[in-house]
Structure formats: structure tokens, C-alpha cells
Ligand binder design. Sequence first.
Ligand SMILES: Cc1ncc(COP(=O)(O)O)c(C=O)c1O
Length: 416
Amino acid sequence: MLTLDFHPTGRHFLQIPGPSPVPDRILRAMSYPTIDHRGPEFAALGLQVLAKVKQIFQTQGPVVIYPASGTGAWEAALSNVCSPGDHVLMYETGHFAWLWQKLATRLQLKAEVVAMPGTCPTTGLPISWRHGVQADLIEARLKADTGHTIKAVCVVHNETSTGVTSNIAAVRKAINAAKHPALLLVDTISGLASAEYKHDEWGVDVTISGSQKGLMLPPGISFNAMSAKALEASRHASLPKAFWAWDEIVEMNKTGYWPSTPNTNLLYGLSEACDMLLDPRHGGLPMVFARHQRWAEGVRAAVRAWGLEIMCADSAVYSPVLCGVVTPQGVDADAVRKLIYERFDCSLGTGLGKIKGRMFRIGHLGDCNDLTLMAALSGCEMGLKLSGIKLQGSGVQAAMDYFSAHAAPTALAKAA
Ligand SMILES: Cc1ncc(COP(=O)(O)O)c(C=O)c1O
């Protein structure tokens, strides 16, 4: 018989960059009885959740919620604004950007990929996977597209496979500088509610996100936030779509309902998550972003002290959500992860796609704190040593020093 209690004592350290640990408060909210999704109470829930979620995306426009994982919301975004054979420009920052391109190709779009060329001489890893989106490459490509065949520019805000963020405002500036009408589609599946994100201010046309990362929910819901320009484009776009079609959902959402059955209990959880993230007593979203930046810096202090390389090669775009740790040449990063999992009950993210076996990922997002991170870093340090890797120094000590010297922003808020 399969037992669902996989970890008999203490608690498992789920330090992957999503799904992230779900706080008790959210689990309790999700345990309320399921209600009639056509009944009067549901409309109140729906209207409330839709209003709160707009604040998380920092948008005045509609946000559509799907009972699907992030991949569904990728497909929804493209199928609502594109027509068969449309040309889309995608930027390869890592494995998820690459997967999105694959999905676009399956939808029979003409997906053109731009990326920084070459491999890193010290690690042999793709240079483009160690940097954020280079907006000048996008600008140059759009300027060359004098016939305006490119319908959309698609970028990943927080590349979960590498731990690199991208400057989305700079991408919008590049599109405007090229005087190009392409829509801007942004995947912030792992960035939302951890890394600063401003749908309206940054001029994003469609934002794609998911529940299982910064929102601290289980997997199972995903989102499209859209601009007026994207909604207008959706009226003329002819890729086949039915379940994903925005028009009926946006219309019914005005009264708090959905055309098909929504996942009610996850909406309870989403409502609770929004209350936690937006709570003014804890500083709201600015404090959420500040605490992620601080955790990230503490973890990077540990990696530097070990003498290991951080996957992100540009300190201006370090991810506040996760840290990619490159293992020395010849060391199988997945074997290190396996050892840490088996010996210390701690799950770390695997290297994906082109960087499989070359790195592991430490997630520091959502429901975590200094001590959960210290535990994870201890597991990493013991596991790295047991794997025979010669460390320059103690990352655990470096992280303790960092966290001790830099008070948590929540504590500062309480003291003020
Ligand atoms: C940046 C990014 N995009 C897309 C996806 C795919 O989302 P899902 O696995 O929820 O379908 C993920 C999943 O981790 C992701 O991190």
C-alpha cells in the first residue's frame, strides 16, 4: 500500500523552486467544504478573488484564472492572440523559455528564437542560460522586421531552470524603440509574488503565471493577465481555442462565475494567499519582494563561501526566487542531490535540459524563513562534502553571518 506520509519524522525540506511549501493557513482555507459553483456564495468568492489577484499582478485589467498548470496558461496566451502560422519571437534564457518555444511550434506558430551566442569558456555552459534577456537583440531583430510580420515577443521573467531574471521594462522599451506593434508576452510563473512584477507599468500585454511558486499554493491553477491591446488582438486571432478562450471567461467573471467548473478549494487557498501577501501589517508586496532578495543574498553568500559558481553570471539579474549552483566539472550534480535527499530529507531542484547534471537549484521562495534556509544549506554543505567535493569554506557560516548582520525586513517593519 502506498502511504502518503513519505517523511515519518520532523519535516521534509522542500527546497525546489516550486512547487513550494504550502503554509498551514492556506491548507486550512482549502479544507473548507466545496460549495455550489453556481450558487450565491460562490459569486462573492469569485469577485473577491479576482479583485485581489489583480493587485498581485499590479494591473487594472482582467486576470483569467484557469484550472490548469502553467503550461496551460502558456497555450492560452498564444492561442488567444495568435492566428495559424503567425511569427513569434522568443528569447532563450533557459529550459523554460525553450519549452515555451516548443509549445508555440506545436501550435503551428513560426517560433523564431534569439539568444546570446556561444558557451561559457570556464564551465562550457550556454552563455544565454547564464544571462537575462538582452533587450538590444530584440530591438535589432524587430527593426529588421520592416514588414511587421512578428506578432508577439515572448520572454520569461524569472527563468526557473537557471536562477536568472530579466528586465521586462527594458524589453518593452526595446519594442517601442523599434516602433514595432508586436505584443509583449511574459511568463512569470515562478516570479509572481516573489520577484517584483508590474504588468501595467511595464507595458506587458499578456502575463502568464501559476499557483505553485510565490503564491504558496499547490499546483493546479494558472493565470493570464491581459492588456486592452491583447484583448483587442484576441477578437481577431483565429488559432482554434475553446476551453482557453478569454471572451466567455472574462464575461462571466464580471458576475463572479466561470463558464466551466472552477477549482473551488484552490480559489479558497488563493484568496488566503492574497490576504497573506497583501497584508499591510506585514508590509504588503514591497516587503514580500524585500524578504526574497535578502534570502537570495544569504544563499549566494553560502555558495560563494563554498567556492562554487552561481549559474547566473550577471549580478544585476540574480533571481530572488532560486539560486543555481554549478558543480565542479566531472561531478554529477544529480548524484549530489540524491545523496542530500536520502541522507538529509531535503529536495533540491535538478538541472534541466542542456544543463542536466551540471547544476542543482536551491529554492528560497514563499513560505520560508532564515532557519528553514539554514537547514537547507546545512544539508547542502554536508552533502557536497560527502560527495567528495573540496569546499573552500563553510557556506553555512557565511549565510549565518549574512542573516545575522542583515535584519529581516519584516522585523524592521514590526519595530517601526
Ligand atoms: C518559468 C516557468 N515556465 C513554465 C513552467 C511550466 O509550468 P507547469 O509545470 O506548471 O506547467 C514552469 C514550471 O516550473 C516555470 O518555472
